[in-house]
Design a protein around this ligand. Structure first.
Ligand code: RDL
Ligand code: RDL
Ligand code: RDL
Length: 155
């Protein structure tokens, strides 16, 4: 049995973790979930580290919503760097599922984007843990999470 850690925030304006958990259970079995909610994105790296070191998670998904202001973009960069450090230190994957609030043109699209990106990265998390060949099959195919896939280029 694998353990998937889920880190999310109260700052985000959409419950992305619930979308991902729903999608994980639709995708397969063989895992349990441990969820850890923190106030904001800068609090996610230590939550992820604790999920690995204290709860022995095999992979963590970190959900966050950077706001539109320069200070928020800076927070996102700091959070992302922290999440990288935790991955290198633990040798375990953290899927960083961030949706920037200004990626969407209105609240309705923002909600759709959050749900869709969370679900698509949930499938990526499942593949990383259980079926890594599925990712290799899709190598170079221009996949995106949330908005439409870009697709491959042909020579
Ligand atoms: O440790 C408490 C807070 O500093 C932490 O929760 C921050 O991540 C909160 N926060 C900001 O301070 C900020 O300027 C967040 C953002 N911007 C943001 O855009 N998204 C967040 N948190 O999730
Ligand atoms: O951990 C899950 C994702 O955060 C991770 O796969 C990112 O590398 C995905 N990604 C972005 O989030 C992004 O904003 C990528 C790009 N831009 C990019 O330009 N090229 C990528 N990934 O390969
Ligand atoms: O070029 C258009 C988009 O690919 C670009 O805006 C990406 O940066 C959007 N994006 C994020 O901003 C992000 O934080 C993506 C991800 N995360 C992601 O995980 N997967 C994406 N885009 O496909």
């Amino acid at each position: 049995m694998k353990l998937i850690g889920i880190v999310d925030t109260t700052f985000a304006r959409y419950d992305m973790a619930s979308s991902a958990i729903d999608e994980l259970y639709k995708t397969g079995t063989g895992f349990e979930i441990k969820r850890y909610t923190v106030p904001g994105i800068k609090d996610t790296p230590v939550a992820a580290l604790r999920l690995f070191s204290e709860y022995n998670c095999d992979l963590v998904m970190a959900f966050g919503m950077p706001g539109p202001m320069p200070v928020d973009k800076m927070s996102a960069q700091i959070a992302s760097t922290g999440l990288m450090e935790v991955q290198l230190k633990t040798m375990k994957h953290i899927l960083e599922v961030f949706v920037h609030e200004d990626e969407a043109k209105d609240d309705r699209e923002l909600a759709w984007l959050c749900d869709n990106r969370s679900r698509e990265h949930a499938v990526n998390a499942y593949y990383l843990l259980f079926e890594p060949d599925k990712l290799t099959e899709n190598a170079g195919s221009g996949l995106r999470q949330g908005f439409e896939d870009r697709g491959p280029v042909n020579s």
